[in-house]
Design a protein around this ligand. Structure first.
Ligand code: GDP
Length: 197
């Protein structure tokens, strides 16, 4: 898919304030620092459409971008900040889960995980929650340029093996590098194929 236009639409504090759900929507989520903003910018071929890492503790917002005037790309706040209070973590979980459960036009959720890391509890729990709630999602391995290709491949295989302990089938997976601009086309192809509303 050729990205002709990508424009910021609005930031919302809760799902009720998000734009009218009249276009297909694709959301991106992951632990803070996973490389979400970098991947979104690489996909959109822009330098700073998505702002890199928001400061922990600041208001967490759902950011909507309109792409080619045809679909929404949603940048969800990163989860897994170590230094936030229990109550703000709960509020934050509510913000995300309410958005995911209630957003009628959400076609797919891209769950980002760092390709260098072994499966992290918080990611596995989140993926499990998606499954329990029948949320359509894919897993995007980020920063694939950081390790040698062979090491990355082993990490990804280990990750899949971990998922297969609880899942019968694997979700769609993507291997990406925002740095090298690889893997993005596969994501955009998937969006192109599925955004026929
Ligand atoms: P976010 O918090 O998930 O939005 O993560 P950012 O996009 O801000 O990225 C966090 C850090 O990882 C930054 O220092 C990025 O430059 C770096 N980073 C993100 N993606 C890549 C990648 O594909 N390759 C490499 N080598 N570094 C990356």
């Amino acid at each position: 898919m050729l990205i002709k236009t990508a424009e910021f639409v609005k930031s919302s504090e809760k799902w009720q304030n998000c734009p009218e759900p009249n276009l297909p929507e694709y959301a991106f989520i992951g632990r803070s620092n996973v490389g979400k903003s970098s991947l979104i910018n690489a996909l959109m071929n822009r330098k700073d459409l998505a702002k890199t890492s928001q400061t922990p503790g600041k208001t967490q917002l759902i950011n909507h971008f309109l792409v080619n005037g045809e679909w929404y790309l949603t940048d969800l706040p990163g989860y897994g900040y170590a230094r936030v209070s229990k109550s703000s973590r709960k509020d934050f979980e509510k913000l995300i889960t309410n958005y995911i459960l209630n957003r009628k036009n959400l076609v797919n959720l891209f769950v980002l995980v760092d390709s260098r890391h072994s499966p992290q509890k918080i990611d596995l729990e989140f993926i499990e929650w998606c499954g329990e709630n029948s949320i359509p999602f894919s897993i995007v391995f980020t920063k694939s340029d950081k390790l040698k290709p062979k090491e990355t491949a082993t990490k990804v295989e280990d990750y899949k093996a971990e998922l297969l302990k609880t899942w019968e089938d694997l979700p769609e997976t993507y291997l990406t590098s925002a740095e090298k601009k690889t893997g993005g086309d596969e994501i955009l192809n998937f969006i192109e194929k599925t955004n026929d509303f």
